[in-house]
Design a protein around this ligand. Structure first.
Ligand SMILES: NC(=O)NCCC(=O)O
Ligand SMILES: [Zn+2]
Ligand SMILES: [Zn+2]
Length: 483
């Protein structure tokens, strides 16, 4: 059985052309004109693009005394509804838990997925066991390793652990990742704010100023450079962090930055809303910033100093957010966005002229596929690639509402926003999962994607680091020891 997507404009990260796409056995088998298939999907007036890849989600994540509300069922339904065909979640060992045990827990949860998925492995503590198991994690197709410099007393690692882990990640050909906020400073600012009576959600924003992110980003970049490992900085929210990434890239360091759709389109005024629930629902780390920081992030996407737009989808219900009434430090950190990332980025990026359609494809799909070792299997429209495709209608519009979303939570941080640019069809490995707004998903259709280590960037960086590594100077006539 074959499917043909007809009469569309194909857009990849580097090319735009008119053509049909024929799909068989879940893969793209032919691209050309006048193709015929058993099923035909009309893409007239639409862009035919690689489905989105969101490399930063937390589905059913144990965090701050609860679990994020969207699981691999509702979360991946939300993804598909918005044109995203793959997510990369985080396997998160509890302190003391072996990475391979955490991995098994995530495999148990993800059987419900409607779209393909993979995981990053979080390094939340350090020991000989963790050191020994990391190559086995890579052997199972998980090749990126996340480190938290925030969440003191929970997920945070110190610099000694960070350096040890980064060196190990280099040895095994992986990509190091970092949540860059200075957790010690955040903890002290939280204590001070609470003592001064700043107990509301605005305290969250005050306790995580751009400086804590800038400092930690610089630190992680320098430590990664000394370890010789490529570094991916998640949820880059401010100029201070972006500046560090931009500078590092200009110096030839292998560093990527990931702004979130929330930081690009929502600002810190949300935390000063008189309604406690409204403000608390938007509590995430790092917090939303002001207009200047947003402009910096958009410019980074245009200039190429920032590489991927993600969501950090980690959704909590209003009831869960209320754990933090009277103490902002107990509000579960995280917001949703999976269903809205692509429509919001198209509306505020492509429709405003900030991004070209090709740049849109790069930052929503291709760059993540390249960085995380699955290109061109994912992230492009090419013969042989998985038929993860979104047929994107730039004229289709809607108002975002919680009432019509796939996510399990009772609100949406983008509530009331108009978006123009939505999927007409979303296909996962050739199967139509969204048909003109109607979800035809299937729980369990999603498959785990094993990724490759030792990509070209790792090889280049390690080659260079080996070349400039300390070497003993050969000397003749060494003087006798003075001892
Ligand atoms: N970002 C956030 O507030 N919650 C999810 C966990 C993380 O990525 O830090
Ligand atoms: Zn984070
Ligand atoms: Zn996250």
């Amino acid at each position: 059985m074959s499917t043909v997507i007809r009469n569309g404009t194909i857009v990849t990260h580097d090319l735009t052309w008119e053509g049909d796409v024929r799909i068989e056995g879940g893969r793209i088998v032919e691209i050309g004109d006048g193709l015929k298939g058993d099923t035909e999907l009309d893409a007239t007036g639409c862009y035919v693009m690689p489905g989105g890849i969101d490399p930063h989600t937390h589905l059913e994540m144990p965090f701050m005394g609860t679990y994020s509300a969207d699981d691999f069922d509702s979360g991946t339904r939300a993804a598909l509804a918005g044109g995203t065909t793959m997510v990369i979640d985080f396997a998160l060992p509890a302190p003391g838990q072996a990475p391979l045990d955490a991995l098994q827990m995530w495999h148990n949860k993800s059987t419900r997925a409607h779209c393909d998925y993979s995981y990053h492995m979080a390094v939340t503590w350090w020991s000989e066991q963790v050191f020994d198991q990391l190559p086995q994690v890579v052997a199972r197709g998980i090749t990126s390793f996340k480190h938290f410099l925030a969440y003191k007393g929970a997920l945070m690692v110190n610099d000694e652990e960070l350096f040890a882990s980064f060196r190990r990640v280099r040895e095994i050909g992986g990509v190091a990742m970092v949540h860059a906020e200075n957790g010690d400073v955040v903890a002290e600012l939280q204590r001070k704010l609470m003592a001064e009576g700043n107990t509301g959600p605005e305290g969250h924003a005050y306790s995580r100023p751009p400086q804590v992110e800038g400092e930690a980003t610089n630190r992680a970049i320098m430590i990664a450079d000394m370890a010789g490992v490529p570094l991916y900085v998640v949820h880059t929210s401010c100029e201070e962090s972006h500046e560090a990434i931009r500078r590092a890239r200009q110096q030839g360091k292998r560093v990527w930055g990931e702004p979130l759709i929330q930081h690009l389109t929502l600002d810190e005024a949300e935390y000063f809303h008189p309604d406690w629930d409204h403000a608390a629902r938007r509590v995430m780390s790092p917090p939303f910033r002001d207009r200047q920081h947003q402009d910096s992030l958009w410019a980074g996407l245009q200039a190429g100093s920032l590489s991927v737009v993600a969501t950090d989808h980690c959704a909590f219900t209003t009831e869960q957010k209320r754990y933090g009434v009277g103490d902002f430090t107990r509000i579960p950190n995280g917001t949703g966005g999976l269903e809205d990332r692509m429509p919001m980025l198209w509306t505020h990026g492509v429709a405003t002229g900030r991004l070209t359609p090709n740049e849109f494809v790069a930052v929503t799909s291709t760059n993540a596929a390249k960085i995380f070792g699955m290109y061109p299997h994912k992230g492009t429209i090419a013969v042989g690639a998985d038929a993860d495709i979104v047929v994107w209608d730039p004229q289709k519009s809607k108002t975002i509402t919680a009432a019509s979303q796939q996510s399990a939570i009772d609100y949406n941080v983008f509530e009331g926003k108009e978006v123009k640019g939505l999927p007409r069809f979303t296909l996962s490995r050739g199967r139509v999962m969204v048909h003109d707004g109607e979800l035809r998903g299937a729980e369990g259709h999603g498959q785990f994607v094993a990724r490759k280590a030792n990509g070209a960037v790792n090889t280049a960086l390690s080659t260079w680091k080996d070349l400039i590594a300390p070497q003993p100077v050969p000397r003749s006539g060494i003087p006798a020891s003075g001892v």
